[in-house]
Design a binder for this molecule. Sequence first.
Ligand SMILES: CC(C)(COP(=O)(O)OP(=O)(O)OC[C@H]1O[C@@H](n2cnc3c(N)ncnc32)[C@H](O)[C@@H]1OP(=O)(O)O)[C@@H](O)C(=O)NCCC(=O)NCCS
Length: 188
Amino acid sequence: MSDSNTFIAPPELRYIQYHSSKESTYLSAIRQLISKDLSEPYSIYVYRYFLYQWGDLCFMALDEKDSLIGVVISKLEPHRGGPMRGYIAMLAVREEYRGKGVATKLVRMAVDVMVERDADEIALETEVTNTAAMKLYERLGFLRSKRLHRYYLNGNSAFRFMLFVKESTAQCGDEDENPQLPPRPPSA
Ligand SMILES: CC(C)(COP(=O)(O)OP(=O)(O)OC[C@H]1O[C@@H](n2cnc3c(N)ncnc32)[C@H](O)[C@@H]1OP(=O)(O)O)[C@@H](O)C(=O)NCCC(=O)NCCS
Protein backbone atom coordinates (compact mmCIF):
# COMPACT_ATOMS: atom_id res chain seq x y z
CA MET A 1 0.00 0.00 0.00
CA SER A 2 1.19 3.49 -0.79
CA ASP A 3 2.13 5.88 1.96
CA SER A 4 -0.32 8.43 3.33
CA ASN A 5 0.78 11.31 1.13
CA THR A 6 0.70 9.46 -2.15
CA PHE A 7 -2.64 7.74 -1.63
CA ILE A 8 -4.60 7.88 -4.86
CA ALA A 9 -8.28 7.01 -4.78
CA PRO A 10 -9.67 5.24 -7.88
CA PRO A 11 -10.03 8.00 -10.50
CA GLU A 12 -13.31 6.64 -11.85
CA LEU A 13 -15.09 7.49 -8.60
CA ARG A 14 -16.91 10.73 -7.91
CA TYR A 15 -17.09 12.14 -4.39
CA ILE A 16 -20.18 14.15 -3.55
CA GLN A 17 -21.75 15.81 -0.55
CA TYR A 18 -25.13 14.47 0.54
CA HIS A 19 -28.18 16.72 0.26
CA SER A 20 -31.81 16.09 1.23
CA SER A 21 -32.73 16.11 -2.46
CA LYS A 22 -30.68 12.89 -2.76
CA GLU A 23 -32.58 10.98 -0.06
CA SER A 24 -34.85 8.99 -2.39
CA THR A 25 -31.89 8.01 -4.58
CA TYR A 26 -29.32 7.12 -1.93
CA LEU A 27 -30.76 6.57 1.55
CA SER A 28 -31.61 2.92 1.04
CA ALA A 29 -28.20 2.23 -0.56
CA ILE A 30 -26.50 4.01 2.37
CA ARG A 31 -28.39 1.86 4.87
CA GLN A 32 -27.57 -1.32 2.98
CA LEU A 33 -23.89 -0.53 2.71
CA ILE A 34 -23.56 0.37 6.37
CA SER A 35 -25.72 -2.39 7.83
CA LYS A 36 -23.78 -5.02 5.89
CA ASP A 37 -20.59 -4.45 7.89
CA LEU A 38 -21.30 -2.54 11.08
CA SER A 39 -22.35 -4.47 14.15
CA GLU A 40 -24.85 -1.88 15.40
CA PRO A 41 -28.37 -2.34 13.97
CA TYR A 42 -29.21 1.30 13.25
CA SER A 43 -32.85 2.13 12.58
CA ILE A 44 -34.02 4.55 9.89
CA TYR A 45 -34.42 7.16 12.67
CA VAL A 46 -30.70 7.12 13.35
CA TYR A 47 -29.88 7.78 9.70
CA ARG A 48 -32.45 10.59 9.54
CA TYR A 49 -31.16 12.08 12.78
CA PHE A 50 -27.77 12.59 11.16
CA LEU A 51 -28.79 13.34 7.59
CA TYR A 52 -31.56 15.84 8.38
CA GLN A 53 -29.34 17.92 10.63
CA TRP A 54 -25.86 17.40 9.21
CA GLY A 55 -26.38 16.25 5.61
CA ASP A 56 -23.48 18.49 4.62
CA LEU A 57 -21.18 16.33 6.78
CA CYS A 58 -22.09 13.21 4.83
CA PHE A 59 -20.01 12.36 1.76
CA MET A 60 -20.52 9.60 -0.78
CA ALA A 61 -18.26 7.93 -3.33
CA LEU A 62 -20.11 6.91 -6.50
CA ASP A 63 -18.97 4.84 -9.46
CA GLU A 64 -19.50 5.77 -13.10
CA LYS A 65 -23.06 4.39 -12.91
CA ASP A 66 -23.75 6.47 -9.79
CA SER A 67 -23.87 3.37 -7.58
CA LEU A 68 -22.82 3.93 -3.98
CA ILE A 69 -19.27 2.70 -3.27
CA GLY A 70 -18.58 4.38 0.05
CA VAL A 71 -20.12 6.72 2.59
CA VAL A 72 -19.22 8.67 5.72
CA ILE A 73 -21.88 10.10 8.05
CA SER A 74 -20.98 12.61 10.74
CA LYS A 75 -22.19 15.46 12.87
CA LEU A 76 -20.90 18.59 14.59
CA GLU A 77 -22.22 20.23 17.75
CA PRO A 78 -21.04 21.61 21.08
CA HIS A 79 -20.01 18.80 23.42
CA ARG A 80 -21.58 19.20 26.86
CA GLY A 81 -21.64 22.95 26.46
CA GLY A 82 -17.89 23.00 25.80
CA PRO A 83 -15.81 22.41 22.68
CA MET A 84 -17.30 22.16 19.22
CA ARG A 85 -17.03 18.41 18.62
CA GLY A 86 -17.27 16.68 15.28
CA TYR A 87 -18.24 13.03 15.39
CA ILE A 88 -17.75 10.43 12.69
CA ALA A 89 -20.72 8.14 13.20
CA MET A 90 -20.58 5.69 10.30
CA LEU A 91 -18.09 4.81 7.60
CA ALA A 92 -18.20 2.00 5.06
CA VAL A 93 -16.73 1.15 1.67
CA ARG A 94 -17.89 -1.64 -0.62
CA GLU A 95 -15.65 -4.64 -0.19
CA GLU A 96 -14.23 -4.76 -3.71
CA TYR A 97 -13.10 -1.11 -3.48
CA ARG A 98 -11.30 -1.36 -0.14
CA GLY A 99 -7.61 -0.64 0.34
CA LYS A 100 -7.58 2.01 -2.40
CA GLY A 101 -7.93 5.12 -0.26
CA VAL A 102 -11.69 5.62 -0.70
CA ALA A 103 -12.45 5.83 3.04
CA THR A 104 -9.43 8.05 3.59
CA LYS A 105 -10.74 10.49 1.02
CA LEU A 106 -14.28 10.46 2.47
CA VAL A 107 -13.05 11.02 6.03
CA ARG A 108 -10.75 13.83 4.89
CA MET A 109 -13.69 15.55 3.15
CA ALA A 110 -15.82 15.35 6.30
CA VAL A 111 -12.94 16.52 8.52
CA ASP A 112 -12.21 19.46 6.19
CA VAL A 113 -15.80 20.72 6.44
CA MET A 114 -15.79 20.30 10.23
CA VAL A 115 -12.56 22.29 10.48
CA GLU A 116 -13.99 24.99 8.19
CA ARG A 117 -16.98 25.09 10.53
CA ASP A 118 -14.72 25.68 13.53
CA ALA A 119 -14.53 22.21 15.07
CA ASP A 120 -12.27 22.05 18.13
CA GLU A 121 -12.00 18.28 18.08
CA ILE A 122 -13.33 15.25 16.23
CA ALA A 123 -14.26 11.96 17.89
CA LEU A 124 -15.23 8.46 16.80
CA GLU A 125 -15.27 4.91 18.07
CA THR A 126 -14.22 1.73 16.35
CA GLU A 127 -14.17 -1.92 17.39
CA VAL A 128 -10.85 -2.92 18.95
CA THR A 129 -10.46 -5.60 16.27
CA ASN A 130 -11.00 -3.27 13.29
CA THR A 131 -7.41 -2.98 12.11
CA ALA A 132 -8.22 -1.30 8.79
CA ALA A 133 -10.26 1.47 10.45
CA MET A 134 -7.65 2.03 13.19
CA LYS A 135 -4.84 2.28 10.63
CA LEU A 136 -6.80 4.73 8.57
CA TYR A 137 -7.66 7.03 11.48
CA GLU A 138 -4.16 6.93 12.96
CA ARG A 139 -2.73 7.82 9.57
CA LEU A 140 -5.04 10.85 9.50
CA GLY A 141 -3.71 12.01 12.88
CA PHE A 142 -6.39 10.66 15.22
CA LEU A 143 -5.13 9.53 18.63
CA ARG A 144 -6.42 6.52 20.53
CA SER A 145 -7.88 8.15 23.64
CA LYS A 146 -9.47 5.31 25.57
CA ARG A 147 -10.76 1.76 25.53
CA LEU A 148 -14.51 1.36 26.10
CA HIS A 149 -15.28 -2.05 27.56
CA ARG A 150 -18.22 -3.91 25.91
CA TYR A 151 -19.28 -0.71 24.16
CA TYR A 152 -21.27 -2.25 21.34
CA LEU A 153 -24.56 -4.12 21.54
CA ASN A 154 -22.77 -7.29 20.38
CA GLY A 155 -20.56 -7.11 23.49
CA ASN A 156 -17.41 -6.02 21.65
CA SER A 157 -15.19 -3.31 23.05
CA ALA A 158 -14.23 -0.11 21.27
CA PHE A 159 -11.41 2.39 21.12
CA ARG A 160 -12.34 6.04 21.11
CA PHE A 161 -10.20 8.08 18.75
CA MET A 162 -9.80 11.85 18.95
CA LEU A 163 -8.42 14.38 16.53
CA PHE A 164 -7.60 17.60 18.36
CA VAL A 165 -7.92 20.39 15.84
CA LYS A 166 -7.07 23.10 18.33
CA GLU A 167 -4.46 22.49 21.00
CA SER A 168 -6.51 24.04 23.80
CA THR A 169 -9.14 21.25 23.65
CA ALA A 170 -6.70 18.38 24.20
CA GLN A 171 -7.37 18.33 27.97
CA CYS A 172 -11.13 17.77 27.77
CA GLY A 173 -12.62 14.80 29.56
CA ASP A 174 -14.49 11.93 27.97
CA GLU A 175 -17.38 9.72 28.89
CA ASP A 176 -18.00 6.01 28.60
CA GLU A 177 -21.55 5.94 27.34
CA ASN A 178 -22.35 6.90 23.78
CA PRO A 179 -23.95 10.36 23.84
CA GLN A 180 -23.30 10.82 20.14
CA LEU A 181 -26.27 8.81 18.94
CA PRO A 182 -29.91 9.78 19.40
CA PRO A 183 -31.98 7.71 21.84
CA ARG A 184 -33.36 4.61 20.15
CA PRO A 185 -37.10 4.83 19.48
CA PRO A 186 -39.05 2.20 21.48
CA SER A 187 -39.62 -0.07 18.48
CA ALA A 188 -36.01 0.03 17.21
C1 LIG B 1 -12.73 0.49 7.40
C2 LIG B 1 -13.03 0.76 5.93
C3 LIG B 1 -14.09 1.86 5.84
C4 LIG B 1 -11.74 1.21 5.22
O1 LIG B 1 -12.07 1.55 3.88
P1 LIG B 1 -10.93 1.62 2.74
O2 LIG B 1 -11.47 2.41 1.61
O3 LIG B 1 -10.43 0.27 2.47
O4 LIG B 1 -9.83 2.47 3.52
P2 LIG B 1 -8.47 3.06 2.94
O5 LIG B 1 -8.12 2.33 1.70
O6 LIG B 1 -8.64 4.53 2.84
O7 LIG B 1 -7.45 2.74 4.12
C5 LIG B 1 -7.47 1.49 4.74
C6 LIG B 1 -6.20 1.26 5.49
O8 LIG B 1 -6.33 0.04 6.21
C7 LIG B 1 -5.37 -0.91 5.73
N1 LIG B 1 -6.03 -2.19 5.76
C8 LIG B 1 -7.05 -2.62 5.03
N2 LIG B 1 -7.41 -3.87 5.38
C9 LIG B 1 -6.57 -4.22 6.40
C10 LIG B 1 -6.41 -5.36 7.20
N3 LIG B 1 -7.21 -6.42 7.05
N4 LIG B 1 -5.44 -5.37 8.12
C11 LIG B 1 -4.64 -4.29 8.30
N5 LIG B 1 -4.74 -3.17 7.57
C12 LIG B 1 -5.69 -3.13 6.63
C13 LIG B 1 -5.01 -0.43 4.37
O9 LIG B 1 -3.77 -0.96 3.99
C14 LIG B 1 -5.01 1.07 4.58
O10 LIG B 1 -3.90 1.51 5.34
P3 LIG B 1 -2.51 2.00 4.68
O11 LIG B 1 -2.85 2.92 3.59
O12 LIG B 1 -1.81 2.67 5.80
O13 LIG B 1 -1.84 0.77 4.22
C15 LIG B 1 -13.54 -0.53 5.21
O14 LIG B 1 -12.65 -1.59 5.49
C16 LIG B 1 -14.96 -0.94 5.60
O15 LIG B 1 -15.93 -0.49 5.00
N6 LIG B 1 -15.06 -1.79 6.62
C17 LIG B 1 -16.36 -2.21 7.13
C18 LIG B 1 -17.07 -1.09 7.89
C19 LIG B 1 -16.19 -0.52 8.97
O16 LIG B 1 -15.48 -1.23 9.65
N7 LIG B 1 -16.24 0.83 9.13
C20 LIG B 1 -15.44 1.55 10.09
C21 LIG B 1 -16.18 1.74 11.34
S1 LIG B 1 -15.30 2.83 12.42
